[in-house]
Ligand binder design. Structure first.
Ligand SMILES: [Ca+2]
Length: 342
C-alpha cells in the first residue's frame, strides 16, 4: 500500500508539473499585422522581416500581408524571397501603382539575392495594386483588430485613405481604416524634431497620414533605431544560413561605418508593433507635425494626442540583444538553408 501511495503521489506530481505551466502561461493571441516596407535602400528592412517571421513562428503575430511602398523593380522580388525562405511564400503583397518613390540599394544587395534565391515575382510592377491588397485584407478582418507597421514611406497609407468603395468593401478608405485598424506603428520622424528619410522622401503622404489617420499612431524615431546596432552576431553565427545572413554579410563588408553593426530602425518598429512598447521603450504622447516644404518634423506634447513617440527605457544594449536573437531564428523553410534559383 505504501508503495502504491507513493506511485499515486508521483503521478499527481507529474500531472501538476504538466498542467501548471499551461494554466500559468498567458495565452498568446497572435497580433494580425500588415507590414509595409521600402526594402532595398537600407538593409534594416531585411532584419525587420526576419524579426517579423521569427515572431510569426513563435505564434506572436499573424502575418496578413507584406506590401511595398517603393516602385523599384527589385522590391517585391526581395519581399517574395524573404517570405518564401521563411516558409510563407503565399502571403499577399502589393506595390504602389501611382506616384511613388523609386529607390534601389546602393550596395546592390537585392541584385545579389535575386541571383541566389527562388522567387515568383520577377519585378515589383508585376505585383497587385497595394491599395487593393490593403482593402481586400482589411475587409476580411475583424473590426479594430489589425496593426499596420510601416518601415518605409507613407505612400500607400495616404492612397488607402483616399480610396473609394469597391468590390472588397463599400466603405471609403478612411472609413475602412477606422473600422478595421487598431493601431499604426511607423518607423518615421525624429524626436522631438528633425528630418528623417521615410518622411522627407514622400513628405505629402506622410503629412496627410499623420494629420488624417483615424487611429492611434506609434512612432519609432530616427534616434531610437540609430542606437540599436545589429548584425555582428548574425554574420558570425556559423549555424545560420539564408538570405538575412547573406544580406548582412554582404552589406557590412561593404560599409566601413557598419563594421560594428547596422543601425536597426525598422526592427524596432516591428518589435513594438507586435509586442508593444513596454518593456523595451517608454513613450511621449502628443502630435507629430510635418513641415510640407522640406519634410522635417516637429512635435507638440499633448496628453490626449493621438500619437506617441518611443523613448529609451530598457538599455539599448538589451534591446539590441533581443532583436538580434530574433534575427537569428532559422525560419521554417528548407529553402532557407538551400537557396537556389528556380
Ligand atoms: Ca525601410
Amino acid at each position: 500500500m505504501k508503495y502504491k501511495n507513493f506511485e499515486l503521489l508521483m503521478l499527481l506530481g507529474l500531472f501538476w508539473a504538466a498542467i501548471i505551466p499551461v494554466v500559468g502561461q498567458k495565452a498568446k493571441v497572435p497580433v494580425p499585422v500588415i507590414l509595409d516596407t521600402d526594402i532595398g535602400p537600407d538593409y534594416d528592412d531585411a532584419g525587420a522581416m526576419a524579426v517579423f517571421h521569427a515572431l510569426a513562428d513563435q505564434g506572436e503575430v499573424k502575418p496578413l500581408a507584406v506590401i511595398s511602398c517603393n516602385k523599384h523593380e527589385l522590391v517585391v522580388p526581395t519581399i517574395d524571397i524573404l517570405n518564401t525562405c521563411f516558409g510563407r511564400p503565399n502571403l499577399p503583397t502589393g506595390a504602389p501603382k501611382g506616384k511613388a518613390v523609386n529607390a534601389g540599394a546602393g550596395q546592390k544587395w537585392p541584385e545579389m539575392l535575386v541571383q541566389k534565391y527562388p522567387h515568383k515575382f520577377t519585378t515589383t510592377a508585376a505585383a497587385p495594386d497595394a491599395v487593393q491588397t490593403y482593402r481586400k485584407v482589411l475587409a476580411s478582418q475583424p473590426d479594430k483588430s489589425v496593426t499596420i507597421i510601416t518601415i518605409g514611406f507613407l505612400t500607400n497609407l495616404a492612397d488607402l485613405l483616399e480610396s473609394s468603395p469597391d468590390e472588397n468593401s463599400k466603405l471609403t478608405g478612411t472609413e475602412l481604416v477606422r473600422q478595421k485598424v487598431k493601431n499604426l506603428v511607423s518607423m518615421a520622424g525624429a524626436f522631438p524634431q528633425g528630418r528623417e528619410y521615410n518622411v522627407y522622401m514622400d513628405t505629402l503622404s506622410a503629412a496627410k497620414v499623420f494629420e488624417a489617420w483615424p487611429t492611434s499612431i506609434t512612432l519609432s524615431g530616427y534616434e531610437i533605431g540609430s542606437q540599436v546596432r545589429t548584425g555582428l552576431r548574425v554574420i558570425a553565427n556559423e549555424k545560420l544560413q539564408g538570405p538575412v545572413k547573406d544580406v548582412f554579410t554582404w552589406c557590412m563588408a561593404r560599409s566601413e561605418k557598419d563594421r560594428n553593426g547596422r543601425q536597426s530602425w525598422d526592427q524596432t518598429a516591428v518589435l513594438v508593433g507586435i509586442r508593444g512598447v513596454a518593456p523595451y521603450f517608454g513613450s511621449k504622447r502628443g502630435h507629430i507635425v510635418v513641415n510640407r516644404t522640406d519634410g522635417s518634423n516637429t512635435w507638440q506634447d499633448d496628453l490626449t494626442g493621438p500619437h506617441i513617440y518611443l523613448t529609451e527605457a530598457m538599455p539599448f544594449v538589451k534591446v539590441t540583444e533581443e532583436i538580434e536573437n530574433l534575427m537569428m531564428q532559422p525560419g521554417r523553410s528548407a529553402a532557407n538553408s538551400k537557396g537556389k534559383k528556380k
